[in-house]
Design a protein around this ligand. Structure first.
Ligand SMILES: Nc1ncnc2c1ncn2[C@@H]1O[C@H](COP(=O)(O)OP(=O)(O)OP(=O)(O)O)[C@@H](O)[C@H]1O
Ligand SMILES: [Mg+2]
Length: 233
């Protein structure tokens, strides 16, 4: 990716429900993320971090404000165009890994490439290379239920990056892992993302992970309170 703004939000508002039960979760969020930047989003539980990431990832809609991803106003895209757009440009790692239980590790990683109609051989080769990189060659043909939590998260990272997306969004990717596994997964994510020049946004509770990103955005009660540069890189 070249330089320039890749994600631009202006006054984003997200309201769940309606009438008396309406819950205003994002209260006018504005931010700019530059192409190739690696940033973190922190803040208390319930602040709206996952909600914001889902909007950026085009997997949820919003009521007010504007959101441009790669220069495209995403609220103008049809549902169909949006799913193609996501598949081409965005890799998402969910708070819980969200692997498909009936498919093996290698098949889960191949899915984004199959959706974008890449050949099966290319998909298998790329998935295999990532499994090797992640030290999981011997687990390739096991289903998620037969893998450890850390292994599932590694497969989820591989699935998110296999299509070489411009933007990688990770929601607490290491939330359920011990320190050693968490460090290893973060290393892999940052290293592979950097190699591809991807823009990376990580939601995390973990200060150590946040400190490894260039910039941290603090979200409290649906509002951005602070954007701080880590002063490195
Ligand atoms: N589908 C939904 N319907 C109604 N309310 C929701 C929905 N999803 C989330 N919320 C509410 O929106 C608020 C923000 O949720 P969100 O998941 O974005 O928080 P978060 O900052 O990611 O928290 P955590 O750190 O615990 O993951 C919470 O009060 C949550 O209960
Ligand atoms: Mg969350």
């Amino acid at each position: 990716m070249g330089t320039g703004v890749i994600i631009k939000a202006e006054g984003l508002e997200k309201i769940y429900g309606n009438g008396r039960s309406a819950l205003r979760v994002l209260k006018g969020v504005s931010l700019e993320i530059m192409a190739g930047e690696v940033i973190s989003i922190v803040g208390p539980s319930g602040a709206g971090k996952s909600t914001l990431l889902n909007l950026i990832g085009c997997i949820d809609s919003f009521q007010n404000g504007r959101l441009a991803v790669m220069g495209k106003d995403v609220s103008e895209l049809s549902v169909e165009d949006l799913s193609g757009f996501r598949n081409r440009h965005i890799g998402f790692i969910f708070q819980s890994h969200n692997l498909l239980p009936e498919f093996t590790a290698i098949e889960n990683i191949m899915i984004p490439l199959m959706i974008s109609r890449r050949g099966k051989k290319e998909a298998r080769d790329r998935a295999h290379a990532l499994l090797e990189r992640f030290g999981m060659t011997d687990r390739a043909h096991h289903k998620p239920a037969e893998l450890s939590g850390g292994e599932c998260q590694r497969v989820a990272v591989a699935r998110a990056i296999v299509g070489r997306p411009d933007i990688i969004l990770a929601d607490e990717p290491t939330g359920n892992l011990d320190r050693a596994n968490s460090g290893m997964l973060t290393d892999l994510l940052l290293e592979l993302g950097r190699q591809e020049g991807a823009t990376i946004v990580i939601v995390t509770h973990d200060r150590e992970i946040a400190e490894r990103t260039v910039k941290t955005i603090t979200l409290i009660d649906g509002t951005i309170h602070d954007s701080s540069l880590q002063g490195k890189h």
